[in-house]
Design a protein around this ligand. Sequence first.
Ligand code: HEC
Ligand code: HEC
Ligand code: HEC
Ligand code: HEC
Ligand code: HEC
Ligand code: HEC
Ligand code: HEC
Ligand code: HEC
Ligand code: HEC
Ligand code: HEC
Length: 321
Amino acid sequence: MMNKVSRTWRRAAWAMVLICLPFLSFTVSAAWEELSEEELERILVEKFEAGNYSAKGADNCLMCHRRSDTVMALFSGVHGRTANPASPMAAGQLQCEACHGPMGNHNRGGKEPMITFGPDSRVSASAQNSVCLSCHSGDDRLAWHGSTHDIEEVACASCHNVHAEHDPSRDKRLAMENCTDCHRQQLAQMHQRSAHPMRSGQITCVDCHNPHGSLNEAMLTQISVNDNCYVCHAEKRGPVLWEHAPVVDNCANCHNPHGSVNEAMLTQRAPQLCQSCHASPHSGTPLFNSGDSAFTAGQSCLNCHNQVHGSNHPSGKLLQR
Ligand code: HEC
Ligand code: HEC
Ligand code: HEC
Ligand code: HEC
Ligand code: HEC
Ligand code: HEC
Ligand code: HEC
Ligand code: HEC
Ligand code: HEC
Ligand code: HEC
């Protein structure tokens, strides 16, 4: 009799444990949080090599993960569109495991890690990115390897969101907010007195930069700073009869394209700007450099040398006409 009661109790207790198990495992933090980053990555690499993919694809994962709104949002974005045969979720594709890697023994109570993405992930950015690049290495990302963002370990998922209806990169302003989350100096500059119309979103960072890297300086979209500016300021391209050497060399000698406290985004105001190169113009005649004279006041040097970008006038050698 005693025996029977305790057996019933034991059965009931087991049943309770079994019922609660999935809930327990969801509230308990993931077992792999204890692992060092090296250990975690080693396990993930081993799992990839073993290639133990789930036979049921996404259905298997969703048994445990469908309660997360984040997870389910995948199906409203491009990666969840089964109609596109190249989509990871299409029939015959690896589905969730195309990105998160083979399931292995992860379904045994979530004890084995899966690859996670984004700024909070403990998997190195280059390992995360290799997953995305397995489908996206073409076209626009040919220069990703060796780019500053690659070297600085910026993850694709720091800018992109795949479990979402709309990727932030689709919206120019959202994309720019994303850039300025990390680039605080440019954020400050674009709010200064004179700046490209970035605050309104008319021009954004990606009009000049390729966030995936380029073969050019500062990940610019064009081969040089000047070529970048000519895309929109074609009238400055020339050729002109009388060139001003620093203009031909680099517009950024005088302008900060992100913005400045000085008008026309000048890095300094005249006459200091001019004098940073022309230490003592007019053969150093004091008249020309003294305090408030006609030469340094107001528009300063530009009062006379007003064709600072170069002149087409036959006698414009001194950039005065
Ligand atoms: C038997 C239940 C179960 C199954 C099946 C399962 N998971 Fe998990 N998964 C968990 C648990 C438990 C955790 C750890 C707690 C958490 O973070 O939700 C977890 C964590 C994760 C994480 C890490 C989340 C984070 O924020 O750290 C990812 C990614 C993940 N699972 C993906 C998958 C994928 C992809 C599949 C299918 C191939 C899958 N899971 C199948 C239970 C499961
Ligand atoms: C195209 C690659 C890709 C596919 C396919 C994919 N994921 Fe993810 N998953 C990510 C990325 C990237 C993140 C980080 C969050 C983000 O960027 O949206 C993530 C985050 C997660 C998380 C953590 C979410 C949280 O709550 O913070 C879980 C769990 C997860 N994915 C499970 C799944 C499951 C289950 C599937 C299949 C239904 C799946 N993923 C399909 C790339 C993918
Ligand atoms: C199995 C292949 C595959 C993998 C892995 C993959 N993608 Fe994609 N991705 C696609 C396909 C297919 C599209 C849709 C392309 C199209 O419609 O032209 C796409 C589209 C995109 C887009 C454009 C989004 C839009 O709204 O148009 C972005 C951004 C993107 N992927 C980022 C990522 C990131 C980040 C990862 C890694 C976390 C990743 N992808 C992993 C196949 C993949
Ligand atoms: C610094 C932020 C940033 C990072 C990091 C980044 N992207 Fe992008 N990505 C963008 C922006 C912004 C766009 C939109 C570009 C545009 O409008 O010209 C974009 C567009 C895309 C597109 C859609 C357009 C196309 O070229 O097909 C894909 C796919 C994509 N990125 C994949 C990736 C992958 C894969 C990685 C990692 C190797 C990555 N991105 C890293 C910001 C980023
Ligand atoms: C997760 C942080 C992060 C995000 C988001 C990010 N960047 Fe960066 N970026 C960096 C780091 C780190 C560097 C290297 C240090 C520096 O130059 O500030 C860098 C460097 C750069 C450089 C200089 C490249 C060079 O070779 O000199 C440019 C240009 C740039 N980022 C543009 C962008 C644009 C455009 C976006 C948005 C589409 C963006 N970044 C988003 C972290 C980020
Ligand atoms: C009108 C074109 C243009 C726009 C718009 C632009 N940049 Fe730049 N950016 C440049 C040029 C040109 C350089 C190189 C400057 C140099 O050589 O001195 C540069 C350089 C950089 C650098 C390298 C560090 C530095 O200052 O030299 C970073 C980081 C950067 N830009 C980020 C951004 C971010 C973030 C945005 C958007 C908020 C942005 N840029 C918008 C043209 C632009
Ligand atoms: C994508 C187009 C685009 C590119 C590329 C571009 N600009 Fe501009 N720029 C504009 C627009 C639009 C304005 C604002 C014109 C207006 O308000 O009338 C502007 C205005 C300016 C002004 C005048 C600002 C003022 O306050 O009067 C300067 C100086 C300037 N740009 C320099 C540059 C330089 C230097 C580069 C290259 C690094 C560059 N721009 C690249 C579109 C561009
Ligand atoms: C030697 C310094 C210097 C260099 C280099 C320079 N600028 Fe300027 N820029 C100025 C000054 C000073 C002004 C304001 C006075 C004026 O309006 O001419 C100005 C004004 C501008 C303006 C607004 C007024 C206008 O003329 O449309 C634009 C746009 C501009 N620069 C573009 C460029 C571009 C593009 C380059 C490179 C091809 C460049 N600048 C190189 C000094 C320079
Ligand atoms: C980055 C350096 C630099 C800056 C800034 C600069 N210049 Fe120049 N400037 C030069 C160089 C180099 C020459 C060519 C000198 C030569 O050929 O002997 C030149 C030539 C000139 C000439 C023609 C002189 C001649 O003998 O042909 C004038 C006038 C002139 N600059 C005025 C200005 C004014 C005004 C400013 C300020 C708006 C200015 N410069 C800013 C470097 C600069
Ligand atoms: C009132 C008109 C006027 C103003 C203001 C002026 N200049 Fe001149 N500048 C001239 C004239 C005229 C010449 C040619 C005669 C000469 O060489 O003295 C000249 C010649 C030059 C030359 C070429 C010859 C040389 O001496 O190097 C440079 C460079 C120059 N100016 C730079 C500047 C700078 C920089 C400023 C501002 C600090 C400035 N100028 C202000 C009228 C002016």
